[in-house]
Design a protein around this ligand. Structure first.
Ligand code: PGA
Length: 277
């Protein structure tokens, strides 16, 4: 990432780039991920990526697939861990995040299937706690995440770490676990499930502590509907009511990439410029 680019600024010691539109965010994010893959491969012979689902990263994966198809990028030495999954859900369900990842990336690049790790939404209820703890241990035994890619929910969630009344210290210790989805998250999931009744109201998610342990964190937001959550997370106080604000505690390892819409509520929005029409 070019830190001297005119679109780059720092807020609370986090790097922030404000780009013209969602496509520019996707391209810049894909470039950053590719750089991390190359650097980690050169340093340790492998790269470990934490990946996210949702509409925001779709363009990022499309770009990475394009780079792979052009013979410019290999995932041969890449290991991936995904952030979250609905619970319960069959891995074969087309609405599962496993299916999403297969459609958008994993089924379209040369990653070894046994190196792509996704939380299994079909683990029996009685085994969930142990399974989630094991998922955290697998990440650690792979040497930790070189990069965690994140989106942000309209309510400020990261993964499915939802707004809650815990203290910052308590929230920062949350590990991978089963969670109930927040009403805003359930409302946004109607897009994927077709109706409010069909939305699966629980999920498995990487914990805040697991996310904060990544060696670098790249968080993306596009669209004016994210502007308030982005402003609260970047410029507001650290609070478990806005889980993305907890990233401030590891600020030097965090990079935000925003389009102008998502940057629209930042206090001075210095680089926001005129809206693109
Ligand atoms: P979205 O979701 O990319 O579909 O907006 C982001 C998130 O909830 O983390």
């Amino acid at each position: 990432m070019s830190h001297s680019a005119p679109d780059a600024l720092r807020i609370r010691d986090m790097r922030v780039r404000i780009l013209p539109d969602a496509r520019a965010v996707s391209l810049a994010a894909a470039e950053e991920i590719e750089a991390v893959i190359r650097e980690a491969n050169a340093a340790r012979g492998r790269a470990v990526l934490g990946l996210a689902t949702g509409s925001t990263p779709e363009g990022v994966y499309a770009r990475l697939v394009e780079r792979h198809s052009a013979g410019e990028l290999s995932f041969r030495d890449v290991t991936t861990y995904n952030l979250d999954e609905y619970y319960p859900i069959s891995p074969a369900d087309p609405r599962s995040y496993r299916a999403y990842m297969h459609r958008h990336l994993l089924g379209r690049v040369d990653i070894a299937p046994n190196r792509a790790h996704l939380l299994d939404g079909s683990v029996p209820e009685s085994a969930v706690a142990e399974y989630c703890a094991a998922f955290d241990r697998w990440i650690e035994s792979d040497g930790g995440l070189d990069l965690q890619l994140l989106g942000i929910g309209r309510n400020g969630h990261i993964g499915f770490n939802e707004p809650c009344g815990l203290s910052v210290a308590e929230a920062s210790r949350l590990r991978t676990r089963r969670v109930e989805l927040h009403p805003v998250t359930r409302a946004d999931a109607v897009r994927e499930f077709g109706s409010a009744e069909a939305v699966i109201p629980a999920a498995l998610t990487l914990g805040v502590a697991t996310i904060l342990a990544a060696r670098s964190i790249l968080i993306l937001a596009t669209g004016a509907h994210k502007a308030e959550a982005v402003a609260a997370a970047l410029a507001g106080p650290m609070t478990a009511e806005v889980p993305a604000s907890l990233l401030q505690s590891v600020a030097p390892r965090v990079a935000w990439m925003l389009d102008r819409g998502a940057a629209g509520a930042l206090p001075d929005a210095p680089a926001a410029g005129p809206p693109i029409v």
